[in-house]
Write a protein that binds this ligand. Structure first.
Ligand code: HMG
Ligand code: MG
Length: 299
């Protein structure tokens, strides 16, 4: 069966804007997040406390986060790769953080300048400290299906790293199809492997990029397996500057269109969300790649 309700973890302001060629002004980011909240999204990933030279698009995190202080009912997770990132997030009062590991060595190197084991060792004290401070911790795992350098990634390998990430103390695990190569049978196989190893399906979220147009099909299969947390990006923005061939995330509008049709509650107002993506597309100077945004937009 399918769930009655899905929690959308909106990543447009982070995964979307980290991949823009131009740096979006801080005030525009703040307005984007406020508009997303106004459209009914309740988990909105705000930014990353990573090295500003690695991701200059999000180097304004210290200026952006305080502009969100009037959204007390919205969960505003932020990415923190290391102790320095966590310090920065704690100093601003962040209540939810995410570490981000990789199932493959190539991407761990490219994204974190570490091996897989080295990155888990970097995260361990971060997760422990965050939990001691009462924060909610998400663990992202990238390259769960395929890797641009290594090709297909075996489900057993993914499950091993996933378990290690959860064993650090993460509250939830987001399975990243960073370059969008997953297909529904592969998603089913990975979820079966993880639940077979004792991972609770409640702790699993799915994070699909839509490179090959499979993100919605993959999502539907995940829902059939009991997943109720789905990552998506308003307007279909997104990608990863450290993974060649990564395109945008599953568009939140495309997701909401499907879930509305299935009678699954998300709390999101599709009209307001689409208007938000049209407004941001105007600021970015190019149309949204989302089919649903285009279909619902006046000529
Ligand atoms: P490094 O060069 O190994 O850093 O980078 P380091 O630990 O050697 O430190 C070097 C210097 O950087 C030090 O300064 C640190 O203080 C400073 P110095 O003492 O030399 O003056 N530094 C920092 N400054 C500010 N904030 C920090 C920070 N950390 C160190 N947090 C590092 C290692 C992890 C920092 C770097 O690789 C990095 O920032 N990576 C971020 C990559 C990233 O953001 N990628 C995109 C997000 S992941 C993604 O998109 C995938 C996802 O969507 C899921 C999916 O689709 O699969 C989540
Ligand atoms: Mg991503």
């Amino acid at each position: 069966g399918l769930p009655a309700r899905v929690r959308i973890h909106e990543v447009g302001a982070r995964d979307g804007l980290q991949n823009e060629k131009s740096v979006v002004p801080t005030e525009v980011k703040a307005e984007f997040i406020h508009r997303l909240a106004g459209a009914g999204l309740t988990t909105i990933e705000a930014t990353s406390f990573v090295h500003p030279k690695w991701v200059p698009q999000l180097a304004d995190a210290e200026r952006l986060f305080p502009l969100l202080g009037d959204l007390p009912d919205i969960a505003l997770p932020v990415l923190v790769p290391n102790a320095r990132g966590l310090e920065r997030a704690l100093a601003l009062g962040a209540r939810r953080v995410a570490v981000f590991g990789s199932a493959t060595e190539s991407f761990a190197r490219a994204n974190l300048n570490r091996s897989v084991a080295g990155s888990l060792a970097m995260f361990a004290p971060v997760v422990a400290r965050a939990r001691a401070e009462g924060l909610h911790v998400r663990g992202y795992l990238s390259m769960c299906f395929g890797d641009p350098w290594e090709g297909a990634v075996p489900v057993a390998r993914v499950a091993e790293v996933a378990k290690e990430l959860l064993d650090l103390g993460c509250d939830e695990l987001s399975l990243g199809d960073t370059i969008g190569v997953a297909t529904p049978g592969h998603v089913a196989a990975l979820l079966t492997e993880l639940t077979g190893r004792g991972v609770a399906v409640d702790a699993i979220g799915v994070h699909f990029h839509d490179t090959y147009g499979q993100a919605l099909a993959n999502t539907l299969v995940a829902l059939q397996h009991g997943v109720t947390t789905v990552d998506a990006s308003a307007g279909g923005l997104g990608g990863c500057p450290f993974a060649k061939s990564a395109t945008g995330n599953l568009a939140t509008e495309d997701l909401v269109w499907m879930l509305d049709g299935l009678g699954i509650d998300t709390g999101v107002d599709l009209g307001r969300l689409t208007a938000t993506s049209r407004w941001l597309a105007g600021r970015l100077g190019r149309p949204s790649p989302s089919r649903t945004v285009r279909a619902l937009s006046p000529e």
